[in-house]
Design a protein around this ligand. Structure first.
Ligand SMILES: [Zn+2]
Length: 274
């Protein structure tokens, strides 16, 4: 048995076609996923299955939807400076949920960057400097039961930041988080910040750039649970999750990289059934 996790990036907006816009892709995919007879379950249900709390029978034909980075395009409808009005990922799911029965409603997970300073800086350098990357929507999003909030590191070791929480200032590659003091910030401090906003610590972590050091997977995450509080972590290895996968390195497919059309996703999902 294997369960695919699909990952979208709401800031992927280069035009208004499927392959150039993750909002267009998500709207089309939700329709197709339903038509194929797949059911979208929450990330928590997948982890409960992996851990043994839910049986294989309860997971047949299921998949999970996640978003990375946590910019406003996840939650708010916004006018993109080049491509015009964009329905948010949240509202695309809400629109879809209005058309289906209760048991087919979709709940997605948004992995957010925790550091407010990093988001403020990235909003200026990577978006349009409109304040479209703050955390004022996180609590409402969780309360809606449409999009849960989990952690995507403290600062994404993002190359556009002047200073990152990596001891040698290696940016753009999360595999260099390979020691306790850097991990303590990227995992524990990030969880603490998100916890202050939500009133509960995040349970799940998605690695920026999808790859991670052996130190984090084999030492820090398994042995420092009382400090960081996470239950599972996610890469972007292109495969569906099986029970044999390490709970600290569960794989995810990425829209654009692993499929870029409705037919492409259909093929990918059918291959997961085999
Ligand atoms: Zn990211």
């Amino acid at each position: 048995m294997s369960i695919p996790i699909l990952t979208y990036h709401s800031m992927n907006i280069t035009n208004n076609t499927y392959s150039g816009n993750d909002h267009v892709a998500l709207a089309a995919d939700l329709q197709m996923i339903g038509d194929l007879g797949f059911r979208v379950i929450s990330l928590r249900q997948l982890v409960d299955w992996h851990t043994g709390y839910l049986s294989d029978d309860q997971m047949i034909n299921s998949l999970v939807i996640t978003m990375d980075d946590g910019a406003w395009f996840d939650y708010y409808d916004l006018v993109h400076p080049v491509c015009g009005m964009q329905r948010s990922m949240f509202n695309i799911i809400r629109d879809f949920n209005k058309t289906v029965s209760t048991n087919k409603r979709v709940q997605a997970t948004s992995f957010v960057i925790a550091s407010p300073e990093a988001r403020l800086s990235l909003d200026k350098s990577c978006m349009v400097g409109q304040g479209w990357w703050n955390d004022q929507w996180w609590s409402d999003s969780v309360a809606s039961e449409i999009m849960n909030i989990e952690c995507h590191s403290w600062d994404h070791v993002h190359p556009m930041l002047e200073h990152v929480s990596q001891c040698n200032q290696v940016k753009g590659d999360f595999r260099f988080i390979n020691n306790y003091s850097d991990a303590d910030v990227q995992f524990a401090k990030a969880g603490q910040y998100i916890g202050q906003i939500l009133g509960r610590r995040p349970d799940f972590f998605a690695y920026p750039y999808g790859e991670v050091s052996d130190y984090v997977v084999n030492q820090y995450l398994p042995t420092c649970v009382s400090e960081h509080g996470y239950l599972a972590a996610f890469t972007t290895q292109a495969k569906a999750v099986t029970k044999e996968d390490n709970i600290w390195a569960l794989p995810r497919y990425v829209c654009g990289r692993d499929w870029n059309s409705k037919d492409g996703l259909r093929e990918l999902l059918i291959s997961c059934l085999e």
